[in-house]
Design a protein around this ligand. Structure first.
Ligand SMILES: [Zn+2]
Length: 384
C-alpha cells in the first residue's frame, strides 16, 4: 500500500470540553498531538486528508446503548449543576458529570463513525481518529472515562452491512466494553493485550474469557504483568494477535492504540516504548487490510503526541527524524517536558521483574494456542 490513502479525523470542537482540571483524561492532548504532527509536516501529505465530523445520531447510538441511559446523559449534559446517577456510572471521579458531556461523547462516536465510513466506502485505506477508543463504555453504564462506546457503535454499523470485523486493543486497559458487545458472535473477533486485571482496572480480560455460544473462541485476551517490556509485548502480539488476524482475515480491522502502556504513564505499570508500539503498527500496516485506528488512553500527554505522530507516520509510510523538531521543543519546554526524542530505544525491564512477566505471558500464550487457535487457525499452533 505504497500510495495508500489516509484520513485523519479531527474536530476543533473537542477543545470546548473538559472532564475537570484534576481529571487525568485531557482532551488538550489532541492539540499537542496536532502541534507535533504539524511540526513534522505530517498534516500536508500527498495522499492524506483531514476530515471534520458530526455528533453521532440517536439512531446510531441506539444500535448499542440503552435509550434511558442516553436520555440521562443528555439531561445531565445540559446543566452545570453537580449531578450523579451511580446506576449509570455517572458522577464519580472516573466519569464526572460536566456540561456538554453528551455532546463530547456523541462527537467522539461521530468521529469514529466517520473514520469507519470512509474506509468502508473505500474513500481511504486507513483512517485515524485520535479522540476515539472509549472502550470501557457499556450499554447502559459509563466507566473508565468512557460514556459512549464509539468502537461498538461503528462496528455494529459494519456488522449490519455484513462485514467481518477484527477489533485489536493494545491500550493498557482491557477492552471490556467491546468484548462484552460481541461475546456471543463469531462475526467480530476481539483481541485485547493489556495489563492484567488481577490488580488493575477494569479487573477483567483473562484468557478464559473466550466468548460463548457462536462467539466461543472469538474473544481473545492476553493479560500482561506489571513491568512487561517491549520484547514481551511484541511476543504477545507476534504469537497471538498476528496469526489470529491473518487467519481470521477480516474485511476491516479496528485498532485501539492507547499510549497508556508507555513506561512513563502515570496510571499504569507496563514498560512499553515507541519501539514495540511502532513495530506492532508497522506489522498491521503491512497486512494491507482496510484499517481504522482509534487513539485510546494515554495520560502522559507528550507520550500520546509522540505515539500518535509515530502511528500516523507509519500509516503514511513516512520516516521521521527521531529527534523532536526544534519548533515543537520550544512549545513543550515551558510546559515542563524534558523529552527531546520521538523514538525511544528498545527498553528491557529489570531482570527479576521481566522474568515473572515473561513466564506469565508464555503461560497465557500456551493456553490461548490450546483453547482459541484450533477454532480459528485449525491445526496451526495446536498443542502437540
Ligand atoms: Zn487505557
Amino acid at each position: 500500500m505504497q500510495s495508500c490513502r489516509t484520513a485523519l479525523i479531527y474536530s476543533p470542537l473537542f477543545g470546548n470540553f473538559n472532564y475537570g482540571d484534576d481529571h487525568p483524561f485531557k482532551l488538550q492532548r489532541n492539540r499537542l498531538a496536532f502541534d507535533l504532527l504539524d511540526a513534522y509536516g505530517l498534516l500536508e501529505l500527498p495522499n492524506m486528508q483531514i476530515r471534520d465530523c458530526q455528533p453521532a445520531s440517536d439512531e446510531l447510538l441506539l444500535s448499542f446503548h440503552d435509550s434511558d441511559y442516553i436520555a440521562r446523559l443528555k439531561e445531565f449534559s445540559s446543566s452545570e449543576e453537580p449531578r450523579a446517577d451511580f446506576m449509570y456510572g455517572l458522577g464519580d471521579a472516573e466519569c464526572p458529570v460536566f456540561k456538554g458531556l453528551y455532546e463530547c461523547a456523541a462527537l467522539g462516536v461521530g468521529a469514529t463513525f466517520e473514520a469507519v465510513r470512509l474506509v468502508e466506502e473505500k474513500t481511504v485505506d486507513i483512517a485515524f481518529n485520535l479522540t476515539g477508543g472509549w472502550h470501557h463504555a457499556h450499554r447502559a453504564k459509563a466507566s473508565g472515562f468512557s460514556y459512549l462506546n464509539d468502537a461498538v457503535v461503528a462496528i455494529n454499523w459494519l456488522v449490519a452491512r455484513g462485514r467481518r470485523v477484527l477489533y485489536l486493543d493494545i491500550d493498557a486497559h482491557h477492552g471490556d466494553g467491546v468484548q462484552e458487545a460481541y461475546y456471543d458472535t463469531d462475526q467480530v473477533l476481539t483481541i485485547s493485550l493489556h495489563e492484567s486485571g488481577i490488580y488493575f482496572y477494569p479487573g477483567t480480560g483473562f484468557e478464559d474469557e473466550a466468548g460463548e455460544g457462536r462467539g466461543k473462541g472469538y474473544s481473545v485476551n492476553v493479560p500482561l504483568l506489571a513491568h512487561t517490556d517491549d520484547a514481551i509485548f511484541m511476543k504477545a502480539f507476534d504469537e497471538v494477535a498476528y496469526p489470529l488476524i491473518a487467519a481470521f482475515n477480516p474485511d476491516i480491522i479496528i485498532t485501539q492504540i492507547g499510549a497508556d502502556t508507555f513506561r512513563t504513564d502515570p496510571l499504569t505499570n507496563l514498560e512499553i516504548t515507541t519501539h514495540s508500539y511502532g513495530e506492532i503498527l508497522s506489522k498491521i500496516k503491512r497486512l494491507k487490510i482496510p484499517w481504522v485506528a482509534l487513539g485510546g488512553g494515554g495520560y502522559d500527554l507528550l507520550n500520546t503526541a509522540r505515539a500518535w505522530t509515530l502511528a500516523w507516520s507509519i500509516m503514511n509510510s513516512v520516516e521521521l527524524n527521531p529527534r523532536l523538531p526544534p519548533a515543537f521543543i520550544d512549545k513543550i519546554v515551558p510546559l515542563g517536558y524534558q523529552n527531546r526524542v520521538l523514538l525511544d530505544a528498545m527498553h528491557w525491564a529489570d531482570e527479576g521483574e521481566r522474568e515473572l512477566a515473561l513466564a506469565a505471558v508464555e503461560k497465557s500464550i500456551a493456553r490461548i494456542k490450546k483453547t482459541i487457535f484450533p477454532g480459528i487457525i485449525g491445526s496451526y499452533g495446536a498443542p502437540s
